[in-house]
Design a protein around this ligand. Structure first.
Ligand code: PAF
Length: 328
């Protein structure tokens, strides 16, 4: 009953004139995401909209709420569960608080490359994780992507784990990341994204970590001096729909949303491929001091998070983690 009422509210039907004088009920899809319309999130959201509109002859209109206009990713996910927000594209950052199985994808130094990550997520392991969302009031339609995360800060360039000692680093509200940064000897500070720029400006934190797609899009160079290309963890994203909304859709509409999400995922990955190639030069031109870790330096960081792996094996099972590593 509760969900039925929400569905009725969520499906804001307005009558729109269409060619030939007939009228169709038009349904607004509120889509919230953390970054600007010209980011990888915005580009994917636009693609999703274009495909759904084309496939359903304009039966659905998308209303975008970019740049955390609906709150942090946690609030948006809660909105999806309640049915007050219909769609989102989010990082896996806070998702393991809702669907714990997602956390396995946040393990540092697990994915070797974008191709490796895409093969795992598009294969049986990724599809099994998507299926878990059903019990959490959401429908996870496709994996998106942000790229590999790198560390930015205002204190010093990072070459060894010792350079991270005591560094106040904002992490996502994510237990897997938190234990990794504790193992690395930094002082991790979990924080919702909308608070991060202010905290960097005020100096309450020294740094943060995010992929080039995010660092370039939000111009983190304006508040951060050093960028270390640590690539310490792959950062997936997900395209999610509210379950109360989904349950009110016809099979044809569901097919349109699914097709749109899968094309949006391709667009997002294409965007990430570009920024992974051009992003470093852009950030250097904007004045950031950028250092790349050698293979040995990266291996030393990886060795420092080894102690956190015991906890990961316990939580997610060594077998699953080994299956991810073994995926060709
Ligand atoms: O760091 C985060 O919280 C996420 O990567 C961000 C920037 C909100 C994008 O999902």
């Amino acid at each position: 009953m509760f969900f039925k009422r929400i569905r009725e509210t969520a499906l804001i039907a307005s009558l729109a004139a269409v060619a030939g004088g007939a009228a169709i009920a038009q349904t607004e899809v509120k889509i919230g995401y953390a970054l600007a319309p010209d980011s990888h999130y915005g580009v994917a959201a636009q693609k999703w909209q274009d495909v759904v509109e084309a496939e359903t002859n304009g039966k659905f209109t998308f209303r975008h709420f970019p740049s955390s206009a609906l709150g942090g990713e946690r609030e948006v996910i809660e909105g999806l569960q309640l049915g007050t927000i219909e769609a989102t594209i989010v990082s896996t950052g806070t998702l393991s608080n809702f669907v714990p199985e997602t956390g396995v994808t946040d393990i540092p130094f697990l994915f070797r490359s974008l191709d490796h990550a895409r093969r795992v997520l598009d294969g049986p392991i990724g599809q099994e994780i998507l299926a878990k969302f059903d019990d959490a009031g959401m429908v996870a339609i496709a994996w998106g992507e942000q790229g590999f995360r790198h560390i930015t800060n205002n204190r010093n360039a990072i070459e060894t784990p010792e350079d991270l000692a005591g560094m106040k680093l904002r992490t996502m509200e994510n237990p897997v990341h938190l234990s990794a940064f504790n193992a690395l000897g930094s002082a991790p500070t979990p924080m919702a994204w909308p608070e991060v720029i202010g905290a960097l400006q005020q100096g309450t934190i020294d740094g943060q970590e995010n992929p080039l797609s995010v660092i370039v899009s939000v111009k983190l160079n304006e508040v951060q001096k050093y960028l270390t290309l640590s690539g310490h963890v792959y950062s997936p994203a997900m395209l999610l729909i509210s379950k109360p909304f989904w349950e009110g859709l016809s099979d044809e509409d569901k097919a349109a949303f699914t097709k749109g999400a899968s094309e949006a995922s391709v667009a997002m990955r294409g965007f990430v491929d570009n920024v992974e190639t051009s992003g470093v030069e852009t950030l250097k031109e904007r004045g950031m001091e950028v250092n790349t870790l050698s293979v040995e330096q990266k291996a030393a960081l990886r060795a420092s998070v080894e102690s956190a792996y015991e906890g990961y094996y316990e939580t997610y099972g060594k077998d699953l983690i080994d299956r991810i590593s073994a995926t060709e």
